[in-house]
Design a protein around this ligand. Structure first.
Ligand code: KG4
Ligand code: ZN
Length: 329
């Protein structure tokens, strides 16, 4: 079955064609980073306008790269949330119009679930039950995975998402958006013992995350330092912040693994591009860790088209936005 996936939840416009849930025929992503960089974060109105301008050419490129025509597509899949509402609606209406005009099924897919599926589709049949971790710019969740589509949410952020905290700290030290890759680069030259940052604990659920406190600690640290910050200051802050956040992820992953009976860890989202995270997790956890392939870490439509293969098509073309993650608590 050949599915065309469409993704427009935030600042990437993406189309991809995937066969039978795993075979990627094309994976086209048009990133809006340049558009938002001067504002230090995503500006929703600008994101929407760019999605409208670019979505048809992105579809065209996905068809050409896969060497197929729309007649050879069996179903249309689209990310139906969570995301920026205006941005989401553009992808959803585009998908709906395509499906109706071709008279083929329409499948709505949850974006967070798709990030986890990116790791699954990178490695073949899943090893289950597994612990799942979504570490992205908008989401930070730990889930128990019994099967594809069968999840229980066991931890999530109570404030900022992990990638968001990288983006905000980067902005504080004067690094460009998106902050994650820039923090990672600067951290390579940093002194790990200079600052002692710590991510928050959430009493009500020790598997929940909190990154707003560490962000404030960085802010106060910078406030008391001579300006402008030196290159070494930026490297040291980047290094100590990154290490503290990843130490927290490791601790929570370990705790979750101790509490459950998991055979593997599946991990997804933009932060999984970080090499330090990959190294630390593999050093500290004895369980197999399945990462997404590098081209499936950031927002993309291959994970949408891939996951859709495992979902029932809508019985009508009435697609509703999903503002929450669909896991049972
Ligand atoms: O998954 P994604 O494309 O978007 C959401 O669904 O939210 O992730 C984007 C996030 C941004 O916050 C970005 O700073 C972060 O992923 N990111 C990284 C790295 N590359 C991207 N964070 C840490 N280290 C990286 N190398
Ligand atoms: Zn995402």
């Amino acid at each position: 079955m050949r599915i065309l996936g469409i993704e427009s939840t935030c600042d990437e416009t993406a189309c991809s064609i995937v066969e039978d849930g795993t075979k990627i025929l094309s994976n086209v992503v048009s990133s809006q980073i340049d558009l938002h960089r001067e504002f230090g974060g995503v500006v929703p109105e600008l994101a929407c306008r760019r999605h409208i301008d670019i979505i048809a050419p992105v579809l065209q490129a996905a068809l050409e790269n896969a060497n197929v025509t729309l007649d050879q597509i069996d179903a249309i899949a689209v990310a139906k949330g969570p995301g920026l509402i205006g941005a989401l609606l553009i992808g959803m209406h585009f998908a709906k119009a395509l499906a109706i005009s071709r008279n083929i099924p329409l499948i709505g897919v949850n974006h967070i679930e798709a990030h986890l599926y990116a790791a699954i589709m990178s490695h073949g049949a899943p090893t289950l039950p597994a612990l799942g971790a979504v570490l992205s710019g908008g989401h930070t969740s730990l889930v128990e995975m019994q099967g594809i589509g069968n999840y229980k949410l066991i931890g999530e952020t109570v404030d900022d998402a992990i990638g968001e905290s990288f983006d905000k700290v980067a902005k504080m030290v004067g690094l460009a958006y998106p902050g994650g890759p820039n923090i990672e680069q600067r951290a390579l030259r940093g002194n790990l013992s200079r600052f002692h940052f710590k991510a928050g604990r959430v009493k009500s659920n020790p598997l929940n995350f909190s990154f707003s406190g560490i962000k404030t600690s960085v802010l106060y640290t910078i406030r008391d330092m001579p300006k402008p910050l030196s290159e070494q200051d930026i490297a040291d802050i980047s290094c100590c912040f990154q290490e503290a956040v990843f130490t927290d992820v490791i601790q929570k992953a370990k705790l979750a693994l101790d509490r459950g009976n998991y055979k593997a860890l599946y991990i997804g989202g933009g932060v999984t591009l970080n090499k330090r995270l990959r190294l630390l997790l593999s050093e500290h956890l004895s369980i197999p860790i399945y990462w997404p392939n590098l081209d499936l870490c950031l927002d993309n439509a291959a994970m949408i088209a891939g996951l859709a293969y495992h979902k029932e098509p809508l019985t009508s073309y009435d697609l509703e936005c999903e503002t929450r993650i669909p896991f049972a608590r």
